[in-house]
Design a protein around this ligand. Structure first.
Ligand SMILES: *Cc1c(COP(=O)(O)O)cnc(C)c1O
Length: 364
C-alpha cells in the first residue's frame, strides 16, 4: 500500500495556524526533497558532511562558522553545553559534573517562555541553570548586568513572538552588556526570517529552526563565532548524540537555506493580496467579522483576524473546525478575546475555499 493519510487512519490537515510543530511545521519543496533523496541514497564521511555543509552555509550567511543540528531546541541545549564546557573533553563526557560551577544562563524574565517546550528545559538539558533578569513586563540592560556573577556562563536572548515585547532590551543592547562583561550572547531566533541581523547586532551564537521560516526539513542551525561552533560540534560526542540529525536532513536543510536566501519567502504584500477575497467572503458569513492584521512581533506576515459574535464562542468554532476531515487548524492565541486568526502561509486557494465553506456550515 502506498503512503496516504488513509493508510494510518489519519485525517488530512489544513494548516492555517502558521509554522506549528504540532502539525509538522511546514512542507518542503521538490528541490529540498531531491537533496534529501541524495542524502538517503548515499553514504558520507559524516563528520566531514557536518563540517563542510556548515562551512558552505557559513559562507552563504557571511559568518565565521555554522553547524546543522537536529532542531532549534537541540541548538539551545548544545549551545548552552558548549559555552559551559568550553571545548573541554572531560565536560563533553561528564556534562553535568559538579566540578564545573559556572553554569548560570542569564535570561530576561519575559523571555522565559514555553514555545511548545519551556526554554528552561532545553537550558537544563545543556547543563545550564536559568537566572532570570528583570520583571514580567520589562527588562533593561541594567537589569541584565546586575544579575551577572562569576558563575554566569552566557546570556540568552529569545527573539520571538512568544515573548514579552514591551519594555524589552534589544539584541544589540544585550550584546553590549555581554561584551562589557566578556560573556557570550546566544540568540534563539528559531522562527525569525532574517538570517543575518542578529549576528550583525553582536550575537555570538544564533539559532534557527529548520522548518519554520526557512521551510526546510526537521533541523536546526547554529551560526556564529568559530570557536563556539567548534564547541557545539564537540557535543556530538556527548549530549548531542541524543539529538542526532540524519544525512538526508542535513543535505535537505542546506538546500532549503540556499533556496530561502535566493527566493525568500512569500512577502506581506502577497499575503495581503491572497487574503483579500478570503476576508470579503468571511465577512458575508453571519456573526463573523474579518480584517487583515500584521504579526504581533512585527514580522512581514499578515493574517486574517476573525471576530466571532453570536451564540457560538471562538473556542467552539475552533473546535468544530478541527473536528471534520480535513481538520482545519487556526491560530488560537486570541481565542479568549473572541478572535480566531488564519495564517495562510501554508494554505492554497483551494484550501481557503474549503475553510470558507466549513465556516459557513458552522455559523449557520
Ligand atoms: C519553535 C521554537 C523553538 C524550537 O524549535 P524546534 O526546531 O522545533 O526545536 C525554539 N525557540 C523558539 C522561540 C521557537 O519559536
Amino acid at each position: 500500500m502506498t503512503i496516504s493519510y488513509e493508510k494510518f487512519g489519519l485525517k488530512e490537515v489544513i494548516n492555517a495556524s502558521g509554522r506549528m510543530t504540532i502539525l509538522g511545521v511546514s512542507k518542503v519543496s521538490e528541490n529540498v526533497l531531491a537533496a534529501q533523496r541524495f542524502g538517503g541514497e548515499h553514504f558520507f564521511e559524516m563528520s566531514e558532511l557536518g563540517k563542510q555543509t556548515g562551512a558552505y552555509l557559513a559562507d552563504l550567511l557571511q559568518v565565521e562558522d555554522a553547524q546543522i543540528v537536529s532542531s532549534a531546541s537541540a541548538g539551545i541545549a548544545q549551545s548552552v553545553a558548549a559555552l559551559i564546557g568550553q571545548g573541554d573533553l572531560y565536560h563533553a563526557y561528564h556534562p553535568y559534573t559538579e566540578k564545573i560551577t559556572k553554569r548560570e544562563i542569564l535570561l530576561p524574565k519575559g523571555h522565559n517562555v514555553d514555545y511548545g517546550t519551556p526554554v528552561e528545559v532545553m537550558v537544563a538539558q545543556g547543563g545550564g541553570k536559568v537566572v532570570e533578569a528583570g520583571y514580567a513586563n520589562m527588562c533593561t540592560p541594567e537589569h541584565v548586568a546586575m544579575m551577572i556573577t562569576e558563575n554566569t556562563a552566557a546570556i540568552l536572548y529569545i527573539k520571538s513572538h512568544h515573548t514579552v515585547q514591551k519594555s524589552m532590551l534589544s539584541v544589540a543592547e544585550a550584546a553590549q552588556v555581554a561584551a562589557e562583561h566578556n560573556l557570550p550572547l546566544i540568540v534563539d531566533a528559531a522562527a525569525e526570517e532574517d538570517l543575518f541581523k542578529y549576528v550583525a547586532a553582536g550575537a555570538d551564537l544564533v539559532i534557527y529552526s529548520g522548518a519554520k521560516a526557512i521551510e526546510g526539513p526537521s533541523a536546526g542551525l547554529v551560526i556564529g563565532k568559530k570557536t563556539y561552533i567548534e564547541w557545539v560540534r564537540l557535543q556530538g560526542k556527548g549530549i548531542g548524540r541524543a539529538m542526532k540529525i540524519g544525512k538526508d536532513n542535513i543535505l535537505g536543510f542546506t538546500q532549503a537555506v540556499e533556496d530561502y536566501l535566493k527566493n525568500g519567502s512569500e512577502d506581506g504584500n502577497s499575503m495581503k493580496a491572497r487574503l483579500a477575497p478570503f476576508i470579503q467572503q468571511v465577512n458575508q458569513i453571519p456573526n463573523l467579522t474579518a480584517a487583515v492584521v500584521q504579526d504581533g512581533a512585527g514580522r512581514d506576515i499578515y493574517r486574517a483576524s476573525v471576530k466571532v459574535a453570536g451564540k457560538k464562542s471562538a473556542k467552539e468554532v475552533i473546535a468544530e473546525l478541527k473536528a471534520e476531515n480535513p481538520a482545519i487548524y487556526t491560530r488560537e492565541y486570541q481565542a479568549n478575546n473572541g478572535i480566531i486568526e488564519f495564517d495562510i502561509r501554508s494554505v492554497n486557494t483551494e484550501e481557503l475555499a474549503k475553510i470558507v465553506r466549513r465556516l459557513t456550515e458552522i455559523m449557520n
